[in-house]
Design a protein around this ligand. Sequence first.
Ligand SMILES: [Zn+2]
Length: 134
Amino acid sequence: MNDYKCPQCKAYLNVSNNVIFAAEKDDGTKGLILLHPEIGNFESDQHEKFVIGEGEKVEFKCPACNANLKAPKARNLAKIEAVSEDNKVFEVYFSRIKGEKSTYTLEGESVEIYGEHSENYKDYFELGNIGLMK
Ligand SMILES: [Zn+2]
């Protein structure tokens, strides 16, 4: 399984089988969000009273240093670092909108895209001719 790191403070964000984020909703409510560590698996979990509605956008922050993980220029995406089991370092971009299934991995010039809504940001990655991989 990949390791995931904060781009700012380099803290490991994965614990057991979760990638852990501090999150904040538009109304200022804060909580923790657990994402699945397998890229392309869009399961997520949070406290039953920290309710995020379908289509709602949340801020993803590093639980260690509180850095906002918003991707530069693509305001609906969050960006973190990843290290594969064979020590390849790459970037992972994922949607901050609940229910929007779009994740991208970027290693050098190479982009892989995951999720049924990933077309939404293809311009950002200049993906004109690259098809859906998963
Ligand atoms: Zn951090």
